[in-house]
Design a protein around this ligand. Structure first.
Ligand code: HAM
Length: 429
């Protein structure tokens, strides 16, 4: 126990963390372009928020929350998702009194107790986006276009966008009736979860992964068959908008999503090749959530991507990332007397913004060169010997086995110039 992390959690090590930072950088740039402001909310909230917000009968609330008593005083829960927390912050901070819509994004860890497998963790990270205060279908379009741009900018080559409408509470009541009638005769053959869902949240029967349930419900009525005029118009406007924006989508009538708050638009982004957990992101509209959480009636729409799944998909589609661990120049020394001049050079390189390091284990030059190779630094500077007497150093480009003598005074500028092209390559992954 002492040397094992809890199941379903990950250490993100140097060498990997740079990929996270690169993705986070792209997210922040994209969100700024679209006019979304960053919000950070607590890692834990009062349990009642998720019970109400996410829904008492969802898998997340029934089985997956990390809930604990706050020193015996009140029940708290590690956030399993960000939407309810952002809605709480919107209400608590009076954001409904500001000019609408309010456009927010959040990056951070979420917690769900689930059976860990490839792409499914107990602590994972989401890039979450929410817009509060408008029912305009063009905002649904903007949001889906943002999700699509994110896939593009992240560097994915292949993904699918599936959309659907799950209707409003009125059309949903009608759909529920139709669905219950349809499965009435076969309900005894459905899996245990579906039998329970028929009582609590029948729509989720459409989403069951069990093959038998899928076969038995293959022609079951879907929410779009029951849309009222308002919901049907809204869905048509979203589809039209996506076409105008040239965002490729597929309508998936059985897409219902696993959280209770959705109304009208629901969507998911999938990638092939990363295993059973192939949904990298999803979201939709939730026009009743703010009110259910104690705020004024306010429509909302949003999505979240799982960062681990996006990174997994990137690796699957683009292969290993080039070394981004950071070291750009390794400074080696020929003799002990060269260590102080080497350290002064290091200082100069670092002040120029170059990531540089040297040996602190008193190793031979040969061992230092081996360490330099392992570090992945593309450039090595060797300090010492006759060159140092002449006020010069040797610069070696690791991948070309080519070396040159450069004056110590010019070394910083020279290395900086050599690094420009190499830094560009890392950025591109
Ligand atoms: P969700 O579909 O539950 O939606 O999660 C969104 C994404 O988080 C998933 O597509 C997946 O990539 C990632 N994810 C979920 N659970 C795990 C896990 N156990 N391990 C790794 N990744 C996971 C929501 O959370 C909604 N709050 C999205 C939303 C925002 N809807 C409206 N606004």
């Amino acid at each position: 126990m002492l040397t094992n992390r809890p199941r379903g959690t990950n250490d993100i090590l140097p060498g990997q963390v740079e990929r996270w930072q690169s993705l986070e950088g792209k997210i922040r740039r994209l969100c700024r372009e679209y006019g979304y402001g960053e919000i950070r909310t607590p890692i834990f909230e009062h349990t009642i928020l998720f019970n109400r917000g996410v829904g008492e009968t969802t898998d997340v609330v029934e089985k997956e929350m990390y809930t604990f008593m706050d020193r015996g005083k009140s029940s708290l829960t590690l956030r399993p998702e960000a939407t309810a927390a952002i809605v709480r912050a919107y209400i608590e901070n009076g954001m409904y009194g500001q000019p609408q819509p309010i456009k927010l994004f959040l990056l951070g860890p979420m917690f769900r107790y689930d059976r860990p497998q490839a792409g499914r963790f107990r602590q994972f990270h989401q890039f979450d986006v929410e817009v509060l205060g408008t029912r305009d279908p063009l905002l649904d379009v903007e949001l889906i276009a943002l999700a699509n741009s994110f896939c593009q900018q992240a560097g994915l080559k292949e993904w699918e966008l599936h959309i659907n409408s799950v209707g409003c509470p009125t059309c949903r009541t009608e759909h529920r009736k139709g669905l219950r009638e349809y499965v009435y005769n076969v309900r005894g053959s459905l899996c245990e979860d579906c039998q329970r869902r028929l009582e609590t949240n029948p729509m989720r029967v459409l989403d069951c992964k069990n093959e038998k349930c899928q076969r038995l419900t293959v022609n079951a009525p879907t929410p779009v068959d029951y849309l009222c005029d308002t919901c049907a118009e809204h869905f048509a406007a979203v589809k039209r908008g996506l076409e105008e924006m040239e965002v490729a989508y597929q309508v998936d009538k059985r897409l219902v999503r696993g959280l209770d708050y959705y109304t009208m638009t629901a969507f998911e982004l999938m990638v092939p090749g990363i295993g059973a957990q192939n949904s990298i992101g999803g979201g939709g509209r939730y026009d009743g959530l703010v009110e259910a959480c104690g705020g004024p009636p306010t429509p909302g729409v949003g999505f979240a991507f799982g960062m681990e799944r996006v990174l997994l998909a990137l690796e699957e589609q683009r292969g290993e990332a080039p070394n981004t661990a950071g070291l750009e120049v390794y400074v080696g020394t020929l003799e002990p007397g060269a260590r102080i001049p080497a350290m002064k050079l290091l200082n100069q390189l670092r002040s120029l913004g170059i990531a540089a390091d040297m040996d602190y284990l008193g190793r031979s030059l040969k061992a230092q060169m081996k360490a330099a190779g392992k570090s992945g630094a593309p450039l090595v500077v060797i300090v010492g010997g006759d060159e140092l007497g002449r006020g010069a150093v040797t610069v070696r480009q690791m991948d070309k086995a080519k070396q040159e003598e450069v004056s110590l005074d010019q070394a910083g500028q020279y290395l900086l110039a050599r690094l420009v092209g190499m830094r560009h390559k890392v950025e591109e992954w």
